[in-house]
Design a protein. Sequence first.
Length: 323
Amino acid sequence: MDKKDLRIVYMGTPEFAVESLKRLVEGGYNIVGVITMPDKPMGRHGSVLQPSPVKQYAVSQGLKVLQPEKLKNEEFVAELRSLNADLQIVVAFRMLPEVVWSMPRLGTFNLHASLLPQYRGAAPINWAVINGDTETGITTFFLKHEIDTGEVIDQVRVPIADTDNVEVVYERLMRLGGDLVLKTVDAILEGSVKTIPQEELAQVGELRSAPKIFKETCRIDWTIGVKRIYDFVRGLSPYPAAWTELYQEGTDPVMLKIFETEKLFCEHSLALGTIVTDCKTYFKIASSDGYVNVLSLQLAGKKRMEINDFLRGYRHTEKAYVK
């Protein structure tokens, strides 16, 4: 079968999923439908509907778009079936019911941003950086009942530098994901796919999960040590951003988002969270084995600033601390 004859339904929502769809379209593959999340209410009163990045791209290319509220809805299932897809591709979408993923004759494969079985879940890139990993990757695998557990088609390993934040790793995996999706589709077309059960893949160390990240997940624990705080900050930077609360005498605590830090290991006798600053060039926060030197931050209601700009308007008090 030629790639122009292979009927593909593509499922995805965020920016990460746009790259693979774009590569398929530009590569001349036959995308007969795009499934994405319903438009999201935005604005003060939710009166403005914001289409997903995948929908925006699909509409710009004149592709058919479906936006079901519920994937088991009979009308949606019937419309999906009418597309007569040979293959479905899922990139950063949502968990599919069997009636959907089992529909195409060649199956449904997913692009996942980790080296499965490591980091099954919604936020694999964040958690790999948060945990200080030096390597991550991308995986294509066929869907089955349990989430992120299907047989692996292919994987690409990617290093993580100590200076990388989640945005850097995200961009790298997004681009490589486009390559791997095309490679996987071509292998399916050629009939050369040889899948491997995840339990047969070699793993170093314990398996970690990648649960969805909420606001409270992003709060910094100043007891865990300089290296782990440093990794935590870059694993959430620039979005959704690690945060803490700044306490000063005579004022209410205020949220402080932290985007970039450096590690300063040393012994000290200060209470955890104590702020040490010259009010000009540095803003250090005490942890158990040294200081986290803050380089970029944002006070609630203000814009993101480099530390020297922040300190120009910062009024330090002797007992200032974070927690």
